[in-house]
Structures are given as C-alpha cells and as structure tokens.
Design a binder for this molecule. Structure first.
Ligand SMILES: C[S@@+](CC[C@H](N)C(=O)[O-])C[C@H]1O[C@@H](n2cnc3c(N)ncnc32)[C@H](O)[C@@H]1O
Length: 381
C-alpha cells in the first residue's frame, strides 16, 4: 500500500473532474514527508481514498495525480498513457506538414510533470520538478517505446544525459516550407517553441507584403514563417545572442538573404527609442509571472509592454501578442491588451483568439493548463 496523505480542504470535486494538482497547503502536513517521486494515495478529510499520484517535496504542488482508481501506477499504466498520447498525435499530424511535435504534454496526456518533444526523430524530455524526475526517470524508455508510430532515435534528458545517443551534430525540423535548427541541449525549454506552430501559420497568413517586427524572436520562428509567406522585411529582436545566431543560420537555411535584420537588444529599450512603425508586430515575451504572488507586477509589465508594442504598429496594422504565463487567465490577458491599446491611444479589434496547438492538450478542469494566450489585433486607422 502506498503511503497516504490526507486533504484538509474539500477538493474532492476538483479531483473528480480531473484537476491533476494538489497544492501543499491543501494537505494535512505529513509527519514524515516521503521522498520526491514516491507514489502516494490521496485521502479525503474522512480518510477515504480518492486518487493516487506521486509526491514532490518542494514547490507549491505536493501531489500530481495519476489515477482516481485503486490501480498500480507502474510501467503498464505509463505505457498505456503514452500509447494513447501517440494515437492523438497521429490524428493531428495527419493534417500537419511537420516532423516536430509535442508527443507528451504532461497533465494533458495524464502524465503530469512529463514533457516529451520529438524533433525529426530526436526525443527531448523535460521533467517538471524533482518529484517528476524521480518518478518517471526509471520508465523513460518504456514510455518512449510505447509511442507507437513515433520511433525515436536518441532521447535527450534536458540538463542530463542522452539515452540511445549520441545526438546528431545538427537537428533541423520541417514546418511547412520552413526549416529550423533546434538546439535540444542549450536551446530554451526543449529547444523550440512548438506551442506557437499554429500562430506562426496565422501570422504568415497576414504577412504578405508587410514589414514585420518580431519582438522576443528567439531563433526567428515568426520572422521566417512571415518571410516565407512574402513579408517585405523582418526585424527580429532578442536579448540572447546565441538565439540570434541560430536565427541568422535559419534565415540562410531558408534562403532568406535580404531584408531581414537581427537585433540583439532589450525589447523595452528598442521600443522606447524606435523611430519607425511596422505593419505587423509580434510580441511573445517570456513569462513575467513565475508565481501567483508575482501576478500584479506581471500584469503591469504586460500592460506597459503591449502599450509600447502597439505604439509601433503602423496605422491599420496588426499586433500579434502573446502571454505564456499560466497565472494570467485568458480574460485577464485580453483586459490587459485592451488597456494597453487605450494607453497607446489606438483602437483595435480582435481578429483571432488562439493558444497552443492541439499537440498541447489540456484537461477541461485544468484552466492553468491553458498557459499560452495569443491575440491577433487589427488596429484602426
Ligand atoms: C517565449 S520566448 C520567444 C519564442 C519565440 N517567439 C518563438 O516563437 O520561437 C522569449 C524570448 O525572449 C527573449 N528575451 C527575454 N527577455 C528579453 C528582453 N528583455 N529583451 C529581448 N529579448 C528578451 C528570450 O531570450 C527568449 O528568446
């Protein structure tokens, strides 16, 4: 029998609906906390079993729920979850022209705390916290082998080793007509922002003939998608020089030799001193709200950033703006963008409300899982 932990808050309903997290302050503090990754039973306030998951000793989330049944949570269950995730991806990929996909999206694939991205046959794994690492690490290869239809060569564990290595010298993925190199070892997150795939396509749809400013451009994803769709020129801004060096190689790889600038700068400083406007401005900053406590300051920062970004949109142009903070709700983000436009003295209309693509599934009872918000706003002349 796994050790058990008892709820002190009435969360049975949320758990029954499929919310996968139990915060530490919702539990009766255990006398002896189990080591990270230990399988634990969650009991209600009266001591009845409600779910089984694994424990984490640090961070606000104490338990990630794996099942609400009294069943073993070993390799067979994990392989079944991975097989189901692969089935979902096969259906999605049938209508996408790419070899880069998120195969396991943690909570959305009922494997909370585990991400596995595939880049042209190379797997990259990220564990969300020590508990997830300790729980999943012994089963990574079992899980990968269960991803039927998605054979993986090397599997790189971020910050650690590469299983079934070595990694190829260069990993280049395909997304429609675009080719992007992905640095799975030193790149951000797992190397590439797969969650913006559909939004790159949306930006591309509006890019023909446009001058494009790509703020927080990383390795040039939005710029290259826009340029291949006929953008007149692009300016990619990021403070990370290695990302811009990769963007330069990506431009060349896609034969985009002229009209594309790369600027190593702090976005806020660039916007403060910009003396021109662009037809299409993309704004995809890092998360400003790492915790719920940081939310008020983060909302103010998003407001100011979007005000400044809107101010460099040419009259009648487009602002494509994103927030990847799970603490900012879609409604809060839309309100912030409305305030930012008002502060800039611009009126706008939302043309599209988007998020991450379908390889980033989210349980309906888990609004925190909809971390990526993306609005396409037309400004009025
Ligand atoms: C969410 S990622 C952008 C992903 C990118 N839009 C894509 O689709 O590939 C945020 C980027 O912002 C950059 N960054 C963070 N703070 C910055 C700042 N103050 N000025 C410029 N770039 C910054 C990071 O280096 C990172 O590449």
């Amino acid at each position: 029998m796994p050790p058990s932990l008892r709820l002190r808050k009435p969360l049975q309903r949320a758990v029954r609906l499929g919310h996968p997290w139990i915060y530490r302050d919702a539990l009766v503090p255990p006398k002896h906390a189990p080591p990270p990754g230990t399988v634990v039973d969650l009991l209600d306030e009266r001591g009845a079993f409600i779910a089984r998951g694994f424990f984490d000793a640090d961070g606000p989330i104490a338990i990630r729920i794996l099942t609400r049944e009294d069943e073993p949570v070993g390799p067979a269950l994990l392989a079944a979850r991975a097989a189901s995730a692969a089935g979902l991806r096969a259906a999605i990929l049938a209508r996408l022209d790419t070899d880069a996909v998120r195969l396991l999206h943690g909570e959305g694939d009922l494997l909370p705390g585990l991400v596995l991205d595939a880049y042209a046959g190379v797997g990259v794994v990220r564990f969300d916290g020590h508990g997830a690492r300790a729980f999943y690490r012994p089963h990574v290869e079992t899980i990968a082998d269960a991803l039927r239809g998605f054979p993986l060569g090397p599997i790189h564990l971020r910050g650690e080793e590469t299983l079934r290595g070595p990694l190829p010298d260069e990993i280049v993925i395909r997304e429609g007509a675009a080719r992007y190199e992905v640095d799975v070892v030193r790149g951000q997150k797992t190397g590439f922002f797969l969650d913006q795939r559909e939004n790159r396509a949306l930006v591309a749809m509006h890019a023909a003939g446009a001058s494009v400013l790509n703020l927080f451009g990383y390795t040039g994803g939005f710029s290259i998608a826009a340029a291949l769709a006929g953008a007149h020129d692009t300016t990619t801004v990021d403070s990370a020089r290695p990302a811009l060096a990769a963007a330069r190689r990506n431009l060349r790889r896609n034969r985009l030799d002229e009209g594309h600038r790369l600027v190593a700068a702090d976005v806020r400083e660039l916007l403060a001193t910009a003396r021109r406007t662009w037809d299409l401005v993309v704004c995809d900053p890092p998360s400003f709200a790492p915790s719920a406590k940081a939310l008020p300051a983060a909302l103010a920062a998003y407001r100011e950033l979007n005000r400044a970004a809107a101010s460099v949109v040419a009259p009648g142009g487009l602002l494509a703006t994103a927030s990847c903070s799970s603490h900012v709700t879609p409604a809060a983000f839309q309100a912030i963008v409305a305030e930012a436009l008002a502060l800039a003295g611009i009126s706008g209309r939302i043309l599209a409300v988007r998020g991450a693509g379908p390889d980033h599934p989210v349980p309906p009872a888990f609004p925190e899982g909809r971390y990526l918000k993306f609005l396409l706003v037309a400004t009025s002349t």
